[in-house]
Design a protein around this ligand. Structure first.
Ligand code: GDP
Length: 266
């Protein structure tokens, strides 16, 4: 029986490896469900309120070409296999975020994370604070993941993150390059206030020598006085890109820049 268990385990591991996965994350209302719907049916339907993670089998739409099958033609079985991937939607509501966190830990097959942002909502507070706190926490989780693998002598698998600046059809939406700067500035504020919170709680003071290290491990990106920039995470294998799009509204759905990013990961 042990041998049979082993076979089942091997089979499960192999099939999990075969399918690449992309995780959708971000605050509620940003457009995750709308993207999932687009990916599944290639057209927008009514969005539903997500209360649990939902995984669908998605297909990279043409003319995008999966990087691992760049020299194959459409119709070739290995091309078709390469363009198929699992897309997992996570609920953005505060209390349900633990689902997203547990998905981050279970990184089998995960080859990228799309953090969906409402580019109009982040032009001011409260949308900016809410979004940047969630993004900060997501990136910190990835940084800790890399730190714990390097502690155990393993190299953490690289996990690229796409910040998908959605709703560009709205005239109040920030264009992607401004959305990026706005989020970097807001994350700088989040990490300063988190560090202050840690200090005030006295958590680091009572633990003696480990105190400093603890504070540093809770600090996102480069330690010091400077401002936060996404490039600071490249050191831990996290490359952050920003690309704009719109799913609903506007003259037509345009998320080609996101598909291009996905294509490079497949
Ligand atoms: P989720 O909570 O992240 O899953 O967000 P949803 O996909 O449910 O979208 C929230 C709301 O934003 C819905 O009413 C969508 O129709 C709307 N929405 C999504 N994408 C866009 C977009 O590109 N432009 C506009 N104007 N509205 C959008």
């Amino acid at each position: 029986p042990i041998f049979l268990h082993y076979l089942a385990y091997r089979r499960a591991a192999a099939s999990a490896k075969a399918t690449k996965g992309i995780l959708l994350i971000g605050p509620s209302g940003a457009g995750k469900t709308a993207f999932l719907t687009t990916a599944e049916r290639k057209s927008i339907a009514q969005t539903h309120t997500s209360t649990a993670p939902l995984t669908i089998r998605a297909t990279l739409p043409s003319p995008h070409v999966p990087a691992s099958a760049a020299f194959r033609a459409p119709g070739d079985p290995s091309f078709e296999r390469a363009r198929s991937f699992n897309l997992t939607d996570t609920p953005g509501h505060g209390k349900l975020r633990r689902f997203a966190t547990s998905k981050l830990n279970d990184t089998l097959g995960l080859c990228g994370i799309i953090f969906v942002v409402d580019a109009a909502y982040i032009s001011e507070d409260p949308g900016l604070v809410e979004t940047s706190e969630y993004l900060h926490d997501t990136l910190l989780a990835l940084q800790k993941r890399a730190a714990s693998s390097s502690k155990s002598g393993r190299e953490a698998k690289e996990l690229p993150v796409l910040i998908a600046a959605n709703k560009l059809d709205l005239f109040t939406a920030l264009p992607p390059h401004l959305a990026k700067l706005q989020l970097e500035k807001a994350i700088s504020r989040v990490r300063r206030s988190r560090a202050k919170g840690l200090k005030n709680s006295g958590a680091t003071l009572s633990e003696g020598d480990d105190g400093g290290a603890d504070e540093e491990s809770e600090w996102l990106g480069e330690w010091g006085e400077g401002e936060f920039e996404f490039t600071q995470l490249e050191e831990v294998g996290v490359t952050v890109s920003v690309a704009g799009g719109n799913l609903v509204g506007g003259e037509k759905v345009d998320v080609d820049a996101w598909w291009e990013w996905v294509a490079e990961r497949l």
